[in-house]
Ligand binder design. Structure first.
Ligand SMILES: *Cc1c(COP(=O)(O)O)cnc(C)c1O
Length: 411
């Protein structure tokens, strides 16, 4: 069975109800009545499994969370208000002032700013590495390193990490590995490759149509015997782990981040996200195929295309061996100058100019004048942001239509 086929059955079967309303119900309430004070006490101490308050969990959102957890073979998940909410939740539930983070790859602009501007204000420092700097990454790990953060595909530099090799480094050092798998849901399963936590912006290909902002964090189970989270490095998590056992990363996330920072998902967005998720295994393989066709033809026609499916790409071999289900919806075109990039964007008739990715429609954006406009030249160089760089997210259109439109726009 094709990798995506399995999920075609799973998602529609688990999202639809067989009794009553077929479409998932939206539980449109911020708070929940507890009936008796005894019940209230039980709900608060966790012995009664009923909703407490929508900041801490909502039945519609719970349904999304259980499907996302199953998708990634996790023990559980916490949905959030956005992808940045998901990254913040995962990171803030683990780090404290004085800790260090190692960030590898891409990097999505918001995540880079979270590390370099926001977390640094709270004395949490981050060092940044390219995906292939394995020795430097190993050497950068200290007693204070609490997290290694990795993007499954560099956005927008299109570099592909060797996730297995990086998780081996993380596991040998006993440091938690978070993978941002926004670009490759279903295609890459980070927990199976040795990661501890997966974060998503569901806003992108999971919803797939710009209808809902959202995020989700999926956690692995804590091992009953030895576990990196039971070592002195994570001493401040000990109490919750002793109490909650294998599901501990979920109460850790809820009590140490969600409860006090409030990046909670809302029921309407969770509903919209599930509608998107139902068709993800149909949309993604089509787009992955289109991206390869479009990259190949535009490259052949002389455009400066960056995509790992091209044999000229430094990670082409890795693409063939580790990314058999593709690396998502993105490719980039370098038009060399800002003027040429703007001319292209003014001439394309099919691409929608926007900051989003992973939509049903093809989207495009000039990088250095938008998302990265606040970044200095050195950072732009590290992140691969050149003057003429346009990021493209391919949609469901006929790939030949996109090729024709892009060749015309590039004239
Ligand atoms: C968009 C994106 C995010 C942030 O998600 P939002 O839903 O916009 O907050 C994080 N990581 C990656 C890779 C993204 O593409």
């Amino acid at each position: 069975m094709n990798h995506f086929e399995e999920y075609c059955t799973k998602f529609v079967q688990s999202i639809g109800n067989k009794d009553g309303a077929v479409s998932p119900e939206i539980t449109n309430s911020a708070s929940f009545a507890y009936v008796t004070p005894e019940n209230a006490e039980g709900i608060f101490d966790g012995s009664v499994k009923k909703p407490l308050y929508s900041r801490m969990g909502n039945p519609t959102t719970s349904k999304l969370e259980s499907i996302m957890a199953e998708m990634d073979a996790g023990i559980g998940a916490v949905a959030t208000s956005s992808g940045m909410g998901a990254s913040s939740l995962a990171i803030m539930s683990i780090v404290s002032a004085g800790d260090e983070i190692i960030s590898i790859g891409g990097l999505f602009g918001g995540t880079y700013a979270l590390f370099s501007e926001t977390l640094s204000r709270f004395k949490i420092s981050t060092s940044f590495f390219d995906v292939d700097e394995l020795e430097n990454i190993k050497n950068a790990i200290t007693d204070k390193t609490k997290l290694i953060f990795l993007e499954s595909v560099g956005n927008p530099n299109m570099r592909l990490p060797d996730i297995k090799a990086i998780s081996k480094i993380a596991n040998e050092a006993g440091v938690a590995l978070i993978v941002d798998n926004t670009i490759t849901p279903l295609s890459i399963s980070p927990l199976k490759l040795g990661a501890d936590i997966v974060v998503y912006s569901t806003t992108k290909i999971i919803s797939g149509n710009s209808s809902a902002l959202g995020g989700c964090v999926v956690f692995r189970a804590i091992n009953e015997d030895e576990d990196k989270f039971k070592t002195p490095r994570y001493k401040d998590l000990e109490k919750i782990i002793n109490k909650a056992g294998k599901i501990a990363l979920i109460p850790i996330a809820k009590k140490r981040a969600l409860r006090d920072l409030g990046m909670s998902a809302n029921a309407h967005a969770s509903y919209q996200t599930m509608l998107g998720l139902e068709t993800l295994p149909l949309r993604l393989p089509r787009i992955v195929k289109s991206v390869e066709i479009i990259a190949k033809e535009l490259d052949k026609q002389g455009l400066d295309i960056n995509h790992p499916s091209l044999s000229s790409h430094p990670h082409h071999e890795r693409y063939l061996s580790d990314y058999k289900n593709g690396c998502g919806t993105l490719l980039t075109i370098d038009m060399q100058t800002k003027e040429a990039a703007f001319k292209f964007l003014n001439k394309t008739k099919l691409a929608t100019i926007t900051a989003n990715i992973g939509d049903s429609r093809t989207l495009a954006l000039h990088m250095s004048s938008t998302i990265y406009s606040d970044f200095d030249d050195e950072t732009k160089t590290f992140l691969g942001i050149t003057d003429g760089l346009i990021r493209i997210s391919i949609g469901l259109e006929n790939p030949q239509d996109i090729i024709d439109d892009f060749l015309n726009a590039a004239k």
